[in-house]
Design a protein around this ligand. Structure first.
Ligand SMILES: [Zn+2]
Ligand SMILES: [Zn+2]
Length: 341
């Protein structure tokens, strides 16, 4: 089988690997879709990456082989992949919070081979059942960034009286826009790239703010009658945006941050001040991926509210073009980029 490896900083290669054989408790999935994620780009530019590992962690496909002791999936099943592999036995794994496994936490494209390949070896517990009416692409999304966005939106818990400001209109932000709309909120998106502002409107933003042209905090206050948004979803990882989120939030506002953006080198006067949090009695939350059981809730919401997560896909490629796809995605000017196999 073929798989994508990052051979150096900014360098890639499609390599041949032996087809995986499932051991006890393991499953081989023939990948039908793998989607590119911001963290793939962090890997692409990481000088300390494992150069032998297949990249990609957002995947979905068909089970093609099972090892001994598998009871919940069978050959031919459609599955989405949850990309974190836990021990299955610690307190966090047992409650579905596999991403916080304390004893043996691994990740696809982190310690194990990933989904940018024709086949992927996972544990049974990584297979999320994918109903026929949910596409492989959406399945791949749920296992990572869409699950992240949904889990954060559950924490913010907006309703029809809420204004949700979404900082950053990359895929993580765009899924946040779709879910905030599905929860009934008015949504304001913030970004500085024209293509992403357009995608924000397409995914359901009622208004967008271009931070190249407007003072973001002032604009958010003006759009909310001076009060500021009561819910803020920060997906960019920019420390400037984190500071603006605290400044713009309404009194008693709730802020959920999910963005990481590598090392920061900002002056201290640009760093967020938590005094703002005290002064406005804000609730500041972080959110990391999703508990595995949200898979069902996300599918329910997608069906009930007719959410089209694939509307954020701007480019689709075959596996042969995956290197071009990663280069294009690295430009930062695309929506979601998907590889169909
Ligand atoms: Zn991802
Ligand atoms: Zn565990």
């Amino acid at each position: 089988m073929r798989g994508l490896v990052f051979t150096g900083v900014g360098e890639m290669e499609i390599r041949d690997f032996p087809d995986p054989t499932p051991g006890p408790g393991e499953v081989v999935v023939d990948i039908k879709c793998t989607s590119l994620c911001g963290s793939d780009l962090h890997n692409l530019h990481n000088p300390n990456l494992n150069r032998d590992l297949i990249m990609g962690h957002e995947g979905a496909g068909i089970v093609s082989a099972v090892g001994d002791g598998i009871t919940t999936v069978k050959i031919g099943d459609r599955v989405a992949l949850y990309h974190i592999i836990g021990c299955g036995k610690c307190r966090n794994c047992m409650s579905g919070y596999v991403q916080f496994c304390t004893t043996d936490r691994r990740a696809l494209a982190g310690i194990e081979h990933g989904t940018d390949a024709e086949k992927c070896l996972v544990r049974e517990a990584n297979c999320l059942p994918l109903p026929d009416d949910i596409s492989y692409a959406v399945g791949a999304f749920i296992g990572c960034f869409a699950g992240t966005s949904y889990s954060a939106m559950r924490k913010l818990n907006p309703n029809g009286q809420s204004v949700v400001a979404v900082f950053g209109l990359g895929p993580v932000g765009l899924a946040g826009v779709a879910f905030a709309k599905a929860f009934g909120a008015r949504v304001i998106g913030i970004d500085g790239i024209a293509e992403r502002l357009d995608l924000g409107l397409k995914m359901g933003c009622d208004e967008v703010v271009d931070f190249r042209e407007a003072n973001t905090v002032k604009a958010l206050k003006e759009l909310t009658g001076g009060a500021g948004p009561d819910c803020i979803y920060e997906s960019s990882g920019s420390m400037v945006a984190q500071k603006q989120a605290l400044e713009a939030a309404a009194v008693h506002g709730r802020i959920c941050m999910v963005g990481f953006n590598g090392p920061m080198s900002l002056k201290t006067d640009q760093a967020p001040s938590l005094y703002t949090m005290i002064g406005k009695e804000l609730t500041l939350m972080g959110s990391s991926i999703m508990p595995r059981q949200y898979h069902y809730d996300i599918i329910d919401l997608i069906r009930k509210q007719n959410i089209d997560l694939e509307a954020m896909v701007t480019h689709r490629f075959g596996f042969d073009q995956i290197i071009d796809a990663v280069r294009l995605f690295d430009s930062g000017r695309t929506g979601k980029v998907v590889i169909d196999l």
